[in-house]
Design a protein around this ligand. Structure first.
Ligand SMILES: Nc1ncnc2c1ncn2[C@@H]1O[C@H](COP(=O)(O)OP(=O)(O)OP(=O)(O)O)[C@@H](O)[C@H]1O
Ligand SMILES: [Mg+2]
Length: 265
């Protein structure tokens, strides 16, 4: 489903040597894999998702999604293959546009005919039906601007939009981190439900180690641009957070340093 082969990405620094944000990352995902990604600050987690999405090119290596080599494709040409949700609820949706206009943009993402804000009656019914599945009453607010929604409602909409055009891959970068605990849990449950429908590989970055072990099917840990740990169920399902921290310590000879690490749910 997703094949990453020896991906490297270096950022320039003022001191001249550059910083290796991705160092020879190789990863293979099956169609229904739900992978949680953890790791210290600056480990390269967001860079990994950005390079997959084509926000910036990899320096070397190869990215294959669903059999298609996308390594040299620009971001907009990869858009139909994947959905993304970011930490900031403001980032995934356009506040001044209505709910249905946002959904129309998401639906048409990656289509050749280009983007338009127009919403047909047929699409409106489809969007209403999809929104109803969220159970937030948004199906009755189709023409309201998105800026009137709460952070949680907006993130639920972003998640729905990210999967509207049935992508093969869903990239989530701390997508519940800016929400209050209850809303974060609701958005996480929605995420699990979407992933559970199948035919979708998910990469989800989180700082909550307990959550990382309890959702999905596999957990990878990154450190200094490398994947230092990769555990799948059933081995993973037996692991505790302390096991995880110990495995990190054993592999790197140091403690995991993460200023936002969350051990409790
Ligand atoms: N656009 C950029 N320009 C320069 N350096 C960057 C850029 N994006 C990331 N970096 C650097 O690359 C390294 C990896 O950053 P990245 O954002 O991928 O870390 P992360 O694992 O997502 O960390 P965090 O948990 O803090 O979000 C860091 O040293 C960071 O400073
Ligand atoms: Mg990050």
């Amino acid at each position: 489903m997703l094949e990453l082969r020896s991906l490297c990405k270096k950022f320039q620094t003022s001191t001249g040597n550059g910083r290796m944000a991705l160092n020879n990352v190789t990863l293979s995902l099956q169609p229904n894999d739900f992978v949680t990604i953890i790791g210290s600050n600056g480990a390269g987690k967001s860079t990994l998702l950005n390079v997959i999405a084509g926000v910036f090119p990899a320096d070397s290596g190869q990215i294959v999604i669903d059999g298609e080599d996308v390594t040299s494709l620009p971001e907009h040409r990869r858009a139909s293959l994947m959905g993304r949700v970011f930490q900031d609820p403001m980032q995934g949706t356009a506040g001044s546009m209505s709910i249905e206009e946002n959904m129309a943009m998401a639906y048409k993402r990656g289509m050749r005919r280009g983007l338009s804000k127009g919403v047909s009656v047929k699409h409106r019914d489809f969007f209403r039906e999809k929104l109803a599945t969220l159970g937030l009453g948004l199906e009755d607010r189709l023409q309201e601007p998105v800026k009137l929604l709460s952070g949680g409602q907006r993130q639920a909409l972003a998640l729905l939009m990210a999967t509207l055009s049935r992508p093969k891959l869903l990239l989530l970068d701390e997508h519940t981190a800016a929400l209050d605990p209850r809303t974060a849990q609701e958005i996480q449950e929605l995420t699990n439900e979407i992933a559970g429908r199948g035919n979708l590989a998910v990469l989800m970055v989180t700082h909550n180690l307990r959550l990382a072990l309890s959702v999905g099917t596999r957990t990878i840990m990154m450190h200094e641009g490398e994947i230092v740990l990769d555990v799948s169920d059933p081995e993973r399902s037996e692991m505790t957070v302390s096991d995880l921290l110990k495995r990190f310590h054993d592999a790197r000879g140091e403690q995991l340093s993460d200023d936002r690490i969350l051990l409790e749910v």
